[in-house]
Design a protein around this ligand. Sequence first.
Ligand code: LMR
Length: 393
Amino acid sequence: MFESMQAASADAILGLITEHKNDPRPEKVDLGVGVFRTAEGETPVLEVVKKAEQRLVDTQESKAYIGTAGDPNFNAAMQALTFADSVGAERISTIQAPGGSGSLRVAASLILRARPDATVWASDPTWANHIPLLAGAGLKLESYPYYDTNSHTILVDQMLDALSKMPAGDLVLLHACCHNPSGLDPSEDEWRAIADVIVERGLVPFIDMAYQGFATSLNDDAFVVRHLAGRVPEMIVSNSCSKNFGLYRDRVGTLSVLAADNASRDIVHSQINNVVRTIYSVPPDHGAVVVSTILNDPELKAAWRVELAEMRGRLREMRVLLNDALQERAPQHDFSHLVRAKGMFCFLGVSEDQVNRLKKEFGVYMVGSSRINTAGITARNVNYLADAIAATL
Ligand code: LMR
């Protein structure tokens, strides 16, 4: 049965974890996979998560099945965090999903059931797994212009033009904040203009929100979700708690679908739950119940916001630090886009050959597109890193 199979190629992002781990050079730098790191280069469990986990150990009474939609307290808290009061809850179905990827996968099946001929339009570039994940589920994908690699700016006019030509009923995949890989998001005015065309054309927004709280604040980062929720009849939102709660391997997220009215919401809800049953039956519980414990307790929620702000602040500081170090070494090159970007990622803006040289000669790991995870930068490695980059320019 397997004799005709060929080995699959390593994942462009996850493959870097092993490559970096196996590199014996002590000065190596990991700017690959999107996990937060402290100034010491660690990814510790958030303190607030530890507290919530302790509470669970002491009080959780059962691990019996909870159902395809997961924990209702978690779902309600996540729905409020995502939509606030932008739209009536009677129109939204929210389910607990196994991480952002699990949420996207359920959304893909739901789209195929509702509108099998629809195309999903993704930004060029987009997260390296968006297209394999959604196309692998059977969806048709196309791309719209988003990022200019020469000027390191967003191509808003080209994006608006592309949107205005998309067939009504197609879906537009948007990154709510901290665009992965570029780190550049539209301004609120630009989002409004994008929403105008989405409404005019009758397109369905499909929003991936994997970094809420990592760009500016929990509320500001949800701007496009809440703005569109007030304007469109239907919308899909995939949330991830991997980054903002540091629960990467616990697989925590939600899928929220906004329907035109309460009756369609109930139909959609039944379909989503049926999709879940046919893929993984029920979602993993632990991470979601941790998040629910935090979001439903004012003291823990306040402590979480502090830790989240610290993570956000560190990412911002490291961008500035690297930009300054590069300016010193290579003043003729402009790296100011590092500072304009938000969240975990941005493009360094070097060629794939340079990326390979950085890996081979200096043990500096990043995605082939030169996307860097700024959380991998520390005050201790920034000079080494900037020297290495400057040597390849
Ligand atoms: C990333 O883009 O590095 C993260 O979202 C991790 C992943 O699964 O790719």
